[in-house]
Design a protein around this ligand. Structure first.
Ligand code: WQD
Length: 355
């Protein structure tokens, strides 16, 4: 029987790419999204790419426990991938309660329903932001987490801890002692720590849809190239890096989506060695902001209007992944080149502009 995955936040940027890869890998998917930060554009794209018109879509807010509970009663769910969260670092500093309420409550509800409906496999969408600033690069999963510098980052750390504590506490559920008492079951968990997801599906039917002025680099680049923004500001060219601009590990969103398929498969096939596991999802290659901009120009054969601007508050100089564990344990490795990825980001922006 096909395994079924609940994808919370499945209509968003990463969620829609993951839904495509799951379906193409033979999973059934239920998408849950409250559409608070996206519309149905990407979900429609998912249906086109997969040729499937019957993907269940549930417009629910995971902060409402009864809605989550109903989903778990209605569908037999083998795994949950939890994306439903706010993600703008700056906004989280201005509106911390909004971030804590939404990001924590939705995850608590997912875990509660998972535990009470016979147990479940839960994959949490975490972030390299948990590592903070460090001199020891690349970072492995054993690298210590640093105190979070924003409420957004804090919710990622807290959710990792909530997952790991829940896994520990529910490990005995369903054992002989507890059996027959109720329908509770063990929760198993994986946290995937993403580096900087960028790019779009090669079909150009799904991609990132930022609302308002983009905070992230690549959507700002593509919107500048299409003429929606006048000029890209490169924040800081006096960092202690080879060209003075920050270094990041840009991971293609389709590669990232495939890492989810590998992780979910490991869970549903009962291959986990520990009931809670963490994996970095990155390429292992540091790329500077300037390199990224220059590559975008070269691959897409255009010139980008950019200027150097002061450093952005809160930015770290450099971070990139050691992705060895994901390769060894999940058999996953980033495949697409930065050129392919930046071409896909541009194709998506042009698709949005109807060009
Ligand atoms: C990348 C580089 C900027 C915009 C953040 C979150 C992280 C994750 C991804 C969420 C930096 C520079 C950017 C611009 C620029 N989470 N830049 N001009 O800050 O590495 O990570 O997004 O969704 O948790 O912290 O990503 O894309 O904002 O910046 O020069 O207009 O590009 O200074 O060096 P970041 P980013």
């Amino acid at each position: 029987m096909k395994k079924r995955v609940l994808v919370s936040g499945g209509a968003g940027y990463i969620g829609s790419h993951v839904t495509v890869e799951l379906i193409q890998a033979g999973f059934d998917v239920v998408v849950a999204d409250n559409l608070s930060n996206c519309d149905l554009t990407c979900f429609e794209g998912v249906k086109k790419i997969t040729g499937r018109d019957d993907i269940p879509f549930e417009k629910i807010d995971c902060c409402d426990y009864e809605s989550v509970n109903r989903l778990f009663s209605e569908f037999r769910i083998d795994a949950v991938i939890h994306f439903a969260a706010f993600k703008a670092v700056g906004e989280s500093v201005a509106e911390p309660l909004k971030y804590y309420r939404n990001n924590l409550l939705s995850f608590l509800n997912i875990l509660e329903a998972s535990r009470l409906h016979g147990g479940c496999n839960v994959l949490f969408s975490s972030s390299a932001t948990v590592y903070g600033e460090t001199d020891k690069l690349p970072v492995t999963e054993e690298s210590p987490r640093q105190p979070a510098t924003s409420p957004y980052g804090n919710t990622k750390q807290m959710c990792e801890d909530i997952l790991s504590d829940t896994v520990k506490a529910t490990a005995a559920y369903g054992s002989e002692v507890m059996a027959g008492l109720d329908k509770t079951g063990p929760v198993k968990g994986i946290a995937l720590r993403y580096f900087n997801p960028i790019g779009a599906h090669p079909s150009a039917l799904i991609g990132e849809l930022p609302r308002g002025v983009p905070n992230n680099l690549v959507p700002y680049i593509t919107q500048t190239a299409i003429g929606k923004r006048e000029c890209l500001s490169i924040f800081g060219n006096d960092y202690p890096t080879p060209d003075g601009t920050c270094l990041r590990d840009y991971i293609d969103v389709v590669d990232l989506a495939k890492a989810h398929v590998a992780a979910v498969s490991r869970m549903v096939e009962n291959k986990m060695e520990d009931s809670y596991e963490i994996f970095n999802v990155g390429t292992g290659r540091p790329v500077s902001v300037l390199e990224l901009v220059n590559t975008f120009e070269r691959v897409n054969n255009l010139r980008l209007n950019y200027r150097f601007a002061p450093r952005r508050e809160g930015d770290i100089t450099a971070i990139w992944a050691d992705p060895t564990r994901a390769e060894k344990v999940l058999g996953w490795k980033a495949q697409r080149t930065i050129e392919e990825t930046l071409a896909s980001a541009w194709a998506w922006e042009k698709h949005l502009a109807g060009k």
